[in-house]
Design a protein around this ligand. Structure first.
Ligand SMILES: Cc1cc2nc3c(=O)[nH]c(=O)nc-3n(C[C@H](O)[C@H](O)[C@H](O)COP(=O)(O)O)c2cc1C
Length: 179
């Protein structure tokens, strides 16, 4: 059985991005799913001095190992001040210091959502542009605007947005099953 690793680029206990990851995963069949919590990968704020002093935190190795276990990665980026959250960026920076190939060429469904009308479009652009350099094989992307208006009880209410979401999930599932 294929294994999906999901995570949101957020440490919020009520993360809307984590809810979107869970919704996407609920449409994948005959797979095992593990949705990570970035709080379990808390690391010191990255600095080259810290790195020299103590090396790479075990959590960076642990997170990379999770991606290695995966046949596919479903992630949704939260947007703070038009880019990654500080928590995600810190974890990601540490992981890239172990090896830039963080996502290890795994097929990725890349999502974003926010309470605003652009749906985390800025962080989506950042991730879309850079994650491939960090080994992400991005198969499909989807941004959900105005989460509070468009999402309820684990589903997207607007039928057009929901169809686009499901098409992205299908593309991802197909690519994952073909590998
Ligand atoms: C410090 C901060 C900055 C934010 N900046 C943005 C932003 O630039 N663009 C945006 O669409 N939403 C922004 N938001 C709203 C977030 O999209 C919203 O808090 C969302 O719930 C974050 O995702 P999460 O719930 O998965 O953590 C910001 C929120 C905070 C707390």
């Amino acid at each position: 059985m294929k294994k999906i690793i999901g995570f949101a680029g957020s440490t919020s206990s009520t993360s809307i991005n984590k809810q979107l990851v869970a919704a996407a995963c609920s449409h994948l069949h005959d797979v095992s799913i593990e949705i990570l919590d970035l709080n379990d990968y808390e690391m010191p704020i990255f600095s080259v001095d810290q790195e020299k002093k103590d090396g790479h935190p075990q959590e960076a190795h642990d997170l990379r190992a999770k991606f290695m276990e995966a046949d596919g990665i479903v992630c949704s980026m939260a947007e703070h001040n038009r880019t990654y959250t500080a928590a995600f960026k810190n974890i990601f920076d540490w992981c890239t210091r172990v090896d830039l190939n963080v996502f290890q060429e795994r097929p990725m469904l890349l999502l974003s959502t926010s309470t605003g009308g652009f749906g985390g479009g800025n962080v989506m652009q950042a991730a879309k542009g850079y994650f491939p350099k960090a080994g992400a094989n991005i198969i499909a992307t989807f941004s959900l605007p105005k989460f509070n208006d468009h999402f309820k009880d684990g589903r997207i209410l607007d039928s057009e947005l929901d169809q686009t979401f499901k098409t992205a999930i299908e593309e991802f599932a197909k690519a994952m099953n073909e590998q």
